[in-house]
Design a protein around this ligand. Structure first.
Ligand code: AMP
Length: 146
């Protein structure tokens, strides 16, 4: 017999609310089976140098920095990649860029300049299917990219 969903569960996820409404137990198969590495960082399950958190996103130092400053800005919500974002994601996508600019200013690279990059799909170089903005700076960056 499944347990009755608690009030706290209902606040956490639309899926929980649906199953509570349907009188069914939770967890259910609509939840992704495996978390992305960025969800694990978001949830404090693996260590990371997190430098920013707010209601929509978080930012941390890339584990394999490609420049003196290399930060990843990631939404709390899992959007796999730009190509799978919807109109519903417009606010959070804009927020990622504004946060990258704020972090750049906080880290003292606003004046010298920086680059923001979003890799999409295999040819784009995406390796983690949880959309993220790379903030790169602290040295002159070449163009075109490889
Ligand atoms: P992308 O290749 O655009 O999907 O970017 C993924 C980025 O995540 C790479 O730059 C990785 O170095 C970085 N990364 C992977 N695992 C970690 C981790 N545990 N902590 C910080 N950065 C990570």
């Amino acid at each position: 017999m499944g347990r009755v969903p608690r009030k706290a569960d209902e606040r956490e996820s639309p899926n929980r609310r649906f199953f509570a409404f349907a009188g069914m137990p939770f967890p259910c198969q609509l939840e992704p089976a495996v978390k992305t590495i960025f969800e694990k960082i978001r949830d404090g399950e693996i260590p990371s140098d997190v430098i920013h958190r707010d209601e929509l996103c978080f930012a941390f130092r890339d584990i394999s920095p490609q420049a003196p400053v290399h930060i990843l800005v990631v939404p709390n919500k899992v959007i796999p990649r730009v190509g799978e974002a919807t109109a519903e994601d417009q606010t959070v996508l804009g927020h990622l860029l504004l946060t990258a600019a704020k972090v750049a200013a906080d880290l003292g690279i606003a004046e010298s300049g920086y680059r923001v990059v979003i890799n999409n799909g295999p040819h784009g170089g995406e390796t983690v299917p949880h959309i993220h903005v790379h903030l790169l700076g602290g040295r002159p960056l070449t163009w075109p990219p490889g």
